[in-house]
Design a protein around this ligand. Structure first.
Ligand SMILES: *Cc1c(COP(=O)(O)O)cnc(C)c1O
Length: 397
């Protein structure tokens, strides 16, 4: 009842930019959320890979509460303790030496593109401005990141797009070889495409991208906004392979819901930025970076990520059993707790039926079910979710 009223009220005052599910959530605890009418759900969406430690994780809540009462914002006119502490953690756990903080994934990618162009210019190559991304990628909705997002459906109503972007098909080595040249400033890719339907990039393609970037003095950017920060069972997805990017972008899970993004690079690259080149008023403020520090402390505690890998393998196995029995053996894709399976046009219907039975999942690209439980999900919760899904798939396909 309350749900209907709230939705009617929302339609009157909110811009119509989202296809929202008919659900208004008001409370969360761990893997569970409750709607405004008091119904409970298992949350296998996690705010799109954001609340990776579950809702209300005690250490994150504690860190934010403490910071909230002390100091929330100062701007980057001043040095900030928590920002430095979080940057130190991020650099000590990654290939990077320096961090720039912002407020979202799109902003992190914007910062990466600016750094790539500045890097070329500093090295005397001001005509080196082109950015290559992948078809079906997702890098954000701002003008530069929309141009990088290789999906015409998102772009078509907003032309002219920002110039300087071109696209190659995922894992098409020949196309990549043909595309990278002396005008290429950077190649950007998601190690696992998230919004595009949970498609991992092959190790060979990543190695080729690395080799071509080296050959043409272009930078390799990994957009780990969705697959980074523990989601795949390593702190960063690039750790699964042998390719190290020059720049990495993060956001989503970094603050467990506190809005923040980060752009990381090695000194060789980061040195191209000088005061005045880029900025963010809110970026890395004391409140969100307090959350970020707590998130990394939890994830880097001994055994945490190993447990994510084990749980991810079990969930993938359980999903594959459902797919084998009901969906013609469609392969379950992804790593850790970023999993997807393409089931065709019935995907949106299955998402709705799961929701009616108390399980929240979502669907990407219209035909792929995506599973993003919190990394803290329990075995029992995974069994419960697979029970709901398995029964629905059995009864309705
Ligand atoms: C979500 C996402 C973005 C955009 O992040 P926002 O915070 O919505 O701007 C960029 N890249 C990837 C891979 C994403 O999944």
């Amino acid at each position: 009842m309350k749900t209907e009223n709230l939705i009617a009220s929302g339609r009157e005052v909110l811009m119509n930019t989202y296809n929202r599910y008919p659900l208004a959530l008001v409370k969360g605890e761990g893997t569970r959320v409750w709607d405004v009418d008091g119904r409970a759900y298992l949350d296998f969406v996690s705010g799109i890979a954001v609340t990776s430690l579950g809702h209300g994780h005690p250490l994150v809540v504690e860190a934010m509460k403490e910071q909230l009462g002390r100091l929330v914002h100062t701007s980057n006119l001043f040095w900030q303790e928590n920002q430095i502490a979080l940057a130190r953690k991020l650099t000590s756990f990654s290939f990077a030496d320096k961090v720039f903080f912002c407020n979202s994934g799109a902003e992190a990618n914007e910062a990466a593109f600016k750094l790539a162009r500045k890097f070329a210019r500093v090295h005397g190559k001001s005509s080196k401005t082109q950015i290559i991304s992948l078809q079906n990628s997702f890098h954000g909705r701002t003008f530069a990141t929309l141009a990088a997002t290789g999906q015409w459906a998102y772009q078509k109503d907003f032309v002219p797009l920002m110039p300087g972007f071109s696209y190659v098909t995922l894992d098409d080595g020949e196309a990549l070889r043909a595309a990278v040249n002396e005008e290429t400033a950077a190649v950007i890719l998601e190690p696992i495409q998230g919004e595009g339907g949970v498609h991992p990039v092959s190790a060979d393609f990543m190695r080729l991208a690395r080799a071509l970037c080296d050959e043409h003095e272009a930078l390799l950017i990994f957009d780990e906004v969705q697959c980074g920060v523990g989601r795949t069972g390593r702190l960063f997805a690039y750790e699964h392979g042998d390719v190290i990017p020059d720049i990495m972008t993060l956001a989503k899970a970094l603050g467990n819901g506190a809005p923040m993004g980060a752009m990381l690079a090695a000194d060789r690259v980061a040195d191209a930025f000088q005061p005045g080149d880029h900025a963010s008023t809110f970026g890395g403020n004391p409140l969100v970076t307090a959350a970020g520090c707590a998130v990394l402390d939890v994830m880097m505690a001994p055994g945490f990520l190993e447990e994510v890998r084990t749980k991810g393998a079990s969930l993938k196995h359980a999903l594959q059993k459902v797919a084998d029995a009901c969906w013609d053996g469609a392969p379950v894709r992804g790593m850790g707790l970023l999993l997807g399976v393409t089931v065709g046009e019935k995907a949106p219907g299955l998402v709705a039926q799961c929701r009616e039975r108390g399980l929240l999942i979502n669907c990407v690209g219209g035909e792929t079910l995506r599973f993003l439980p919190p990394l803290t999900v329990s075995r029992e919760e995974m069994d419960e979710a697979m029970g709901i899904l398995g029964q629905l798939a059995m009864n309705h396909g």
